[in-house]
Design a protein around this ligand. Sequence first.
Ligand SMILES: [Zn+2]
Length: 413
Amino acid sequence: MSEDIKAVFLGGGSEVGKLGLVLEIEDIRLLLDYGISPTKPPSYPMEAPPVDLALLTHAHLDHCGMFPYLVKEQDVPIWTTDLTREVSNILHIDSLKVAKVEGYAYPYDKVDVKEAYHRVIPIKPFETRPIGDLDLKTYPAGHIPGSLMFKIENSSRSILFSGDINTIDTRLLLGTKPVKCDILFLEGTYSGRDHPDRKELEKEFIDTIDEVVSKGGIAIIPVFAVSRSQEIAMILSNSGFDVWMDGMGEKIAKIFLRYPRYLRSEKNLRKALSRVRMVKTSQNRKHALKGEVILTTSGMLDGGPVLWYIEKLRKDPKSAILLTGYQVEGTNGRQLLDKGSLDFYGVSQKVECQVYYFDFSAHAGHKELVNFAKGCSPEKVVLFHSDNREPLAEDLKDFAEVIIPENGKPFNL
Ligand SMILES: [Zn+2]
């Protein structure tokens, strides 16, 4: 790669959401991730130019949400893991349903979703595959099951694209490790923010549920369907609580179990799931309200069964809502944290339950990002996927040139 490498973010440079990166190396044009921001209404990245190949890091809508649109517009293969293919497909179908219910137009339909599925050529972690004169190598990203980092290289330079990463071990996954490279594209979601210790956080979480339950309340735990619901089920596995699980988490868990190579422990996930009771019918929902813990989607309270449960319990100050992920600005969960109220199917109502927030992030915190970058020993770091890249840039510039690109503005490397 003696000549320039050209790059442009179609989205997701200066924000967390709708990511898309175009890389042009030796006449090969690659698209890395192509997502939407699943806000209401959704927001989309810029139009992708014709590309030779698309690479997908993982099955979160802000990374995978636009792939059906991509294959509708152009004939392009997609390389990602078999697990990411399965989970993305479910998310695509679900987002079409949400769009229909909410009444907004969507840029693709069921046929395109099917096409995106069939366009995938599965790739495994630690696999090397040629792209023309370039080499691609994959590494597990530690973010969610099936997530990858991509290393692209030729004889002179190498690029590592992190996608979303986590470097600490969780119940579900082992953390990722640095990979030597010349140019590092690094996500910066938690630039300037650190996470609490995971073990202590888990203990505090269980203690809080214990307190709620011992006072006769119910602990409602809103979770993201992909990864968070399974991790929380594993944390609750030995707690002895009467736990009910509702929403898309069970379906995703079953897919994870079909691809055990991506899990830290298939056995522990199976055990955890055998200890929760699955809600299958409306009668089950009523039973769950007589239990102790309800684990349900959606994680930011913007839909899913969680609203049904909270509506039933919202006047009960003994019950509690334990948020398990970051609540993005403009979501129902953010409104609950800031104002103590929730939007129930168009009507805003006060919630008298206790509200807690536990930082079970799937992203590396600031300190971990700095250590990861150091371990990669790059000459240049390109920061993306963050609305606040400066604190991270400040700590990285001691050992690398830091680039902070804007969406839609091409840059050379
Ligand atoms: Zn992600």
